[in-house]
Ligand binder design. Structure first.
Ligand SMILES: C[S@@+](CC[C@H](N)C(=O)[O-])C[C@H]1O[C@@H](n2cnc3c(N)ncnc32)[C@H](O)[C@@H]1O
Length: 309
């Protein structure tokens, strides 16, 4: 299947990263390589771009797309582990994290991310490691499923859906995306289902995907590790697609800008914690009307930028 993914907020990312000839950059979520390709065009043969993805299919597709750029270095791994993935002495002129899944992952039924088609319930971005969604849903407690649905999907029917999953798996373990959709359908009353926006399983699928790929807990530390890798004046751009991630990025960037823990009325700072970055662009940067019109995926996208001090 062809790797189709329209990069979001591309113009804005290029403006903030301002890649120039010979620059050193890292894209922690390479995906189809859409953002990376434009960065590579700007940094030329004397630059370096580390393209990281935990999905080997994505890495393969992007490597084939970007093979004409000598500055491109593909790395299979989790951007949470930047210190293990990049050589120790490398300092970046800028970094990009475009969080979540790609259109390619969503549109490839056998990856198990989509509620539109019946396929094995996998949902792992890295198919070489970790539990599949089916293994996770068939093994964790009802409470753990409920918390994930509530925390990562804002699902108000989380308790009923979790109960239904546990009841059904006692008869037969969940195996396919269709099995999970059926649990959601059975748990949410029909009348309410019709009033809710979008597909009734949308929130559940988002939540299970986030849990299976451990997308939230390591994020704040990862942002701090990334900013430490950027040289003064360089920028870290982060694109999020839902409020849970956006809140973490917003909070982490504010902490970088103002880490002081002294009481607000203290006359001078005695905690010794110094700012490491400043927030750029006034906070949340959203797609233009033009982008919203041609790329529906950009609707929920928010870009935040921090500049290393
Ligand atoms: C939204 S897409 C990126 C699209 C890309 N910017 C482009 O223009 O084509 C997100 C990609 O990041 C990868 N990804 C998500 N979380 C990751 C993580 N923690 N470490 C490495 N890759 C990750 C996914 O596998 C997916 O390919």
């Amino acid at each position: 299947m062809e790797f189709k993914h329209e990069p979001v907020l591309l113009k804005e990312v290029l403006e903030w990263l301002a890649p120039a000839e010979g620059g050193v950059f890292a894209d922690g979520t390479l995906g189809g390589g859409g953002h990376s390709e434009r960065i590579l065009e700007k940094i030329g043969d004397t630059g370096t771009l580390y393209g990281i993805d935990r999905d080997e299919d994505a890495l393969r597709a992007a490597t084939s797309r970007l093979q004409g750029f000598p500055a491109f270095h593909a790395i299979h791994g989790n951007f949470h582990d930047i210190d293990e993935l990049l050589p120790e002495n490398v300092r970046l002129d800028g970094g990009l994290l475009d969080l979540g899944v790609s259109s390619y992952q969503l549109d490839t039924p056998e990856r198990g991310f989509s509620y539109h088609e019946d396929a094995p319930l996998d949902m792992r971005m890295d198919r070489s490691a970790g539990m599949t969604a089916a293994e996770w849903l068939n093994s964790v407690s009802e409470k753990e499923i409920m918390s994930a649905l509530y925390d990562y999907g804002d699902e108000k029917w989380s308790a009923r859906i979790a109960k239904m999953i546990v009841e059904r798996r006692a008869g037969q373990p969940l195996a396919t995306t269709g099995d999970l959709v059926a649990c959601v359908d059975a748990a949410i009353p029909k009348a309410v289902r019709r009033k809710d926006d979008g597909h009734p399983a949308r929130r559940t699928f988002q939540a299970v995907r986030i849990a299976v790929n451990d997308e939230i807990a390591p994020l704040e530390q990862a942002l701090n590790d990334w900013i430490s890798r950027i040289r003064p004046g360089g920028r870290l751009c982060v694109i999020t697609f839902h409020s849970i991630e956006d809140r973490i990025v917003k909070h982490a960037f504010r902490q970088m800008q103002n880490p002081c823990t002294c009481p607000p009325k203290a006359p001078i700072c005695t905690c010794g914690k110094k700012p490491v970055a400043k927030v750029m662009g006034g906070g949340a940067i959203r797609p233009t009307k033009e982008e919203l019109a041609f790329n529906p995926r950009s609707h929920s996208a928010t870009l935040r930028v921090a500049e290393r001090l």
